[in-house]
Design a protein around this ligand. Structure first.
Ligand SMILES: [Zn+2]
Length: 381
């Protein structure tokens, strides 16, 4: 007889958020080490380089900044870990988006030092977690890598988030909106969370709170970020996207929405979409698969359309009659070990393809009734 699974909640050691938080990076990293290595791409460094340098110097820390390009790939991670050893770094900070943050978590772990997430955008719930998603050089999802602990620090500057393109905040909202439906599905199926074991009530409450805050504050926050201003709604949405969704997904589990995201990365048509945009197609599909009440599905379609998130195949760049691509997506989403198997309904390639193909016409009808624009390909150049 196997032991009853433990309930576990895991979290970063410290989460700090606020306007101009990046100017405090020196004092925050000084708690963790004496030789920090800052990883940032050229664009991000162009924006924050001077502020970070001044802050590190004021804290009496040396300034070692390492450039970053591309995705969180195994090769990139190995190179960053080697660089940390050469520098004698004892703490690594990833400053930027999801790719640099996931790379630094994995590289910090490999190098055996402490690590910090310093997101400059609120586009995913990756910064707080003890896992990284590893991609191939071509951008297809390869694996989840799990670490024995969460970041030592997550530092979020809300003014930087507000200065970034609004599409990135919208992406983070898409990623965070998946948290509660996925948590709920995992609980129903009594499946295992990303943290291992069963979910605590605390993690489920955080997941649900992120859902409620986003329904209340997402639209005003999007309007504020369109003007590059930080309002209380921006503060709440940044916390929902980063902390609540981060703790919520990790300690209450992932289900179909993220597995369908992973499936969508297996076809090139979707590579122009952000993580959160693909996740939102996944969440909408999950609601169909789990027979969510029609009112809930319709609300979700209306709300995410108003937010600017895709909830159909056509928006993701896939033709509803492209059976080969849909099969590729569904096979990847239902592969062994995928979180789609955390549902209390069995999802097969056939049932998933049908649920995906159902969305285009149905979403179009719900939108028409609500006076919203019909689904059309997004972000095509
Ligand atoms: Zn996600």
């Amino acid at each position: 007889m196997s032991a009853q699974p433990l309930m576990s909640l895991i979290a970063p050691s410290r989460y700090s958020q606020g306007r101009d938080a990046i100017a405090r990076i020196g004092e925050e990293l000084a708690r963790l080490g004496e030789v920090p290595m800052i990883v940032a791409d050229e664009m991000v460094w162009g924006i924050v380089g001077e502020t970070v340098t001044a802050s590190l110097e004021a804290a009496g820390l040396p300034v070692h900044r390492v450039s970053f390009e591309g995705h969180a790939t195994a090769a990139t991670i190995d190179a960053l870990a080697d660089r940390a050893k050469e520098l004698g770094a004892d703490v690594m900070a990833g400053v930027g988006g999801g790719s640099v943050i996931d790379s630094v978590k994995a590289a910090g772990h490999l190098a055996g030092i402490r690590w910090a997430s310093v997101p400059t955008i609120a586009s995913t719930d990756a910064p707080c977690s003890a896992l990284s998603v590893i991609y191939t050089a071509e951008g297809a999802m390869e694996e989840y890598r799990f670490f024995p602990r969460n970041p030592d620090l997550v530092l979020v500057d809300t003014q930087l988030v507000a200065n970034a393109p609004v599409r990135l905040l919208v992406a983070g909202i898409g990623d965070a909106l998946a948290t509660w439906p996925e948590a709920r599905a995992v609980a129903r199926a009594r499946a295992t969370t990303m943290a291992g074991g069963a979910a605590t009530m605390s993690a489920q409450a955080l997941a649900r709170l992120s859902w409620e805050i986003l329904h209340e504050d997402a639209l005003p926050a999007i309007a504020a970020v369109g003007r590059n201003v930080v309002t209380p709604a921006v503060d709440r949405v940044v916390e929902a996207n980063t902390l609540l969704s981060g703790l919520g997904f990790e300690s209450s589990g992932l289900a179909a929405a993220h597995a369908i995201h992973d499936g969508l990365t297996a076809v090139p048509q979707t590579h122009h979409l952000t993580h959160g945009e693909k996740v939102n197609v996944g969440t909408t599909t999950q609601l169909v698969l789990e027979s969510a009440p029609t009112a809930e599905l319709d609300d979700f379609i209306r709300f995410t359309t108003a937010v600017g998130l895709p909830n159909t195949l056509v928006e993701a760049g896939i033709d509803v009659d492209d059976h080969d691509s849909l099969r590729t997506v569904a096979e990847a989403a239902t592969a062994e070990g995928e979180t789609i198997h955390n549902m209390d309904v069995e999802v097969t390639v056939t049932t998933l393809v049908d649920a995906l193909r159902f969305l285009d016409d149905y979403s179009a009808r719900v939108r028409k009734d609500a006076g919203l624009p019909a689904p059309a390909p997004m972000h095509q150049h």
